[in-house]
Ligand binder design. Sequence first.
Ligand code: GCB
Length: 573
Amino acid sequence: MLKPQQNETRDLLPLDGFWQFSLDGTNYDREMAVPGSVNDVFADSEVRDHVGVYYYKREIFIPRSFTDKVSLRFGSATHHAVVRVNGEEVGRHKGGYLPFECDITERVTPGTTCEVIVEVDNRLDMTCIPPGQIVELPDGRLRQEYMHDFYNYTGIHRTIYLVNKPERHVCDVRIVAGMDGVCHYEVTQSAPGDVRVTIEEAEVTGTGDKETLTVDKPTLWAPGEGNLYTLRIELLDGESIVDCYREQFGFRTVEVKGHEFLINGKPFYFTGFGMHEDHETLGKAHNDVSVQRDMELLHWIGANSLRTSHYPYAEEWMDYCDRHGIVVIDETPAVGLNMAVAGGILGTTAKKTYSPESVNEKTQAHHADTIRELIARDKNRPSVVLWSIANEPDTTDPDSRAYFEPLAKLARECDPTRPIGYVNVMTSPYDKCHITDLFDVMMINRYYGWYVDAGDLETAKQHFTEELAGWVERFGDKPIIITEYGADTVSGLHSLYNSLFTEDYQVAYLEANSEVFDNCDNVIGEHMWNFADFQTKPGYARVDGNKKGAFTRDRRPKAAARYLRNRWTNENK
Ligand code: GCB
């Protein structure tokens, strides 16, 4: 799905600001800011603890100039949305972190107002990605349970745009451009007609919906070098331009060869973090300056990459990565498909994960939708080098294969140009996992020295080294990225004795883990968990959230941040 844009043929108006807000759809006695998470805003806990639908209402003006195809375009609504204009449903969407668009042309009159109501539902059940369960408590209250540890923030988290685009318009474009300067594009139009496609910086032009353009000695997009080109698509009616759309892209090549990950033919070593869209008060709301701050800190620390754990991030975030040469592992919202892991790494319940009562065919169908929608959104981004189709699913259950095999196939069909992977959980090592062979890269989350061998880093190193040797023996032709390793750390807490939760222990833990990675040739990347401390679900045994950040939640560096900066900037890891 294309991002909306303003240009010579298209117009858009952001609908950010205060909307009327209600928990029952009749009594709009509150206001709620868009974009924003609803949970940390109100002083009482009625909104915070609500399990169900939140109603947003606003009168909007349709400008007189909006006479063509008019739509409402949402960056995301977490987790489900029904959109009504003047009382009529104009669209609905399932899934909390991907965009959707509702055509409202027939419902509105340019130059007049209309009433927009957005019903945002925060409930997660087993058909959802991520999955969850609603438990009815003895006193009739509802409690939302889920199998991931981060807080289930809800709301309209990204900008809503009122969009006007020509009746005949560019629906989509797919661009594949390699380091050889060859750019294949494929335009989808809403109705057939003439087209002119130009790479603006190189002044090469094509006249078909599907063609190949060549740029002589292009300036490559590369890690740390966000060199972008612009593909301008013009739909023509004789001499006149009826629609125009500009899509940025980069010339770069990504390839997995043996146990190496090559970007533009050169071995790439990932340094960086699994992250979260998570901030005090904002929750999961997108905010440009917060993204910019995080990116500046990534640059400072010497990180060249990140994983959008555990859901697709805002498009503005991805644009930033494209512009600044930050390498991205792009993850679907499929986190918590694991009945044995209760939020963190080790749980107690041993229910079967894949069954009609838990992760089932409907979950799989929706999981497939999230793969399609994610790839449709981010397919042209040079920053994206690898798709992660799930985080820490149960893959010890033989039924995991029937669940994942079609999804891996689908991801490859949606994008034959990028490698694919999934992120493996500690309880599913090389001799128990049923799906590793379906993927190009092994991504593994390991907590030796924290959830196991806590406080005993010598044993942790030994166990981790042994496990890596097992992976290499069995799947030695594939690269390994350590997508999580980390230790909860209370900023300001110190000890001479490497006590858990101290800054000293976090540094010692990172040192020990780094030693293990450095001794394994297949390891081609390290993403510490997590970039910053983040909020976790209520009722979960954490002191005000997950404290594994290299930075605190307000982005102050812990000692670990300086350790990583030293490692990642000096050793050129
Ligand atoms: C994991 C999960 C991550 C958790 C982390 C932890 O394995 O992938 O979402 O936050 O462990 O800190 O427990």
